[in-house]
Design a protein around this ligand. Structure first.
Ligand SMILES: O=C(O)CCC(=O)C(=O)O
Length: 263
């Protein structure tokens, strides 16, 4: 497991709490990066398994993201990274939550050829969680390739994590989130572009507006995103592939073997 912890600076924690995201360089050693790339390629080249492939090649969603959800259930090597304490502990430092649980992971490949942007959106409206706090469930997005505007790096609107009650954006036929009534005070021109070397990451709060460029290169852009939540988070009843079929009642804690406590 990737257990060796990494201490974040006070400035990084303060930046996250103020702006709803932060970039952290060099969270994987070169050896760990090589290992994770191998595991992810094996995972994505395996058509079977317990993970959920959300669209097939040629599909409209696939042009935005070739996505496999819960790779940790498909591949023991992916589990080494997803369940390891390092990333959950960094999230604990950023949020100050007492306990951190896994919600799910996803491999996110932006494929070359007719690639589409990942439109501006918030994540939290899709997640089946009741609690709405100053800081929310959140993601780490780890780059497995160097990323910039040419192959799908991420952008974030600072302080947009404070915006509540917007509709979830359809990632295939998106509405402009900035046109929604409650988002009028946000300005896409203030967005920060996070160009990164492979092995670096961003963290973002579930409410932070974010976007990724299309991939104009001839290679897939590979990223691993892991979604974490505060221990004690409860189920809202909203449909979601991770919780559908688990027999949860509204108000039940999101916990158990498929959503383990990691830090
Ligand atoms: O990888 C991408 O293009 C978008 C990722 C994203 O929206 C997320 O991790 O929340």
């Amino acid at each position: 497991m990737v257990h060796a912890k990494m201490q974040l600076s006070e400035d990084q924690v303060a930046f996250y709490r103020e702006n709803g995201f932060v970039q952290v360089d060099g969270v994987l050693s070169p050896e760990e990066l090589a290992e994770l790339r191998e595991y992810m390629d094996e995972t994505m080249n395996n058509a079977g398994g317990r993970g959920l492939q959300t669209d097939q090649a040629g599909g409209a969603y696939y042009k935005v993201l070739n996505q496999r959800v819960n790779t940790w259930r498909d591949h023991g090597g992916m589990a080494r990274f997803v369940l390891g304490e390092r990333f959950a502990d960094m999230g604990k430092q950023l949020t100050g939550f007492e306990g951190i649980r896994l919600f799910h992971d996803h491999a996110l490949l932006k494929m070359p050829g007719d690639s589409k942007v990942t439109p501006w959106h918030q994540d939290r409206p899709y997640w089946p969680m009741n609690e709405m706090k100053t800081l929310n469930a959140f993601s780490i997005w780890i780059a497995l390739d160097d990323v910039d505007e040419n192959n799908g790096c991420m952008m974030f609107v600072p302080k947009s994590q404070k915006i509540r009650n917007l509709k979830g954006v359809d990632l295939v036929t998106p509405e402009d989130i900035f046109a929604q009534e409650g988002a009028k005070e946000m300005d896409r021109n203030t967005a920060v572009i996070c160009r990164m070397k492979a092995g670096s990451c961003t963290f973002h709060d579930g409410m932070t507006f974010h976007f990724a460029h299309a991939n104009a290169t001839d290679k897939p852009r590979r990223a691993l995103a892991i979604i974490f939540m505060e221990d004690g988070t409860t189920y809202s009843g909203v449909g979601h592939p991770i919780t559908d079929g688990l027999g949860l009642a509204v108000g039940d804690k999101l916990q158990g073997g498929l959503m383990p406590k990691l830090a």
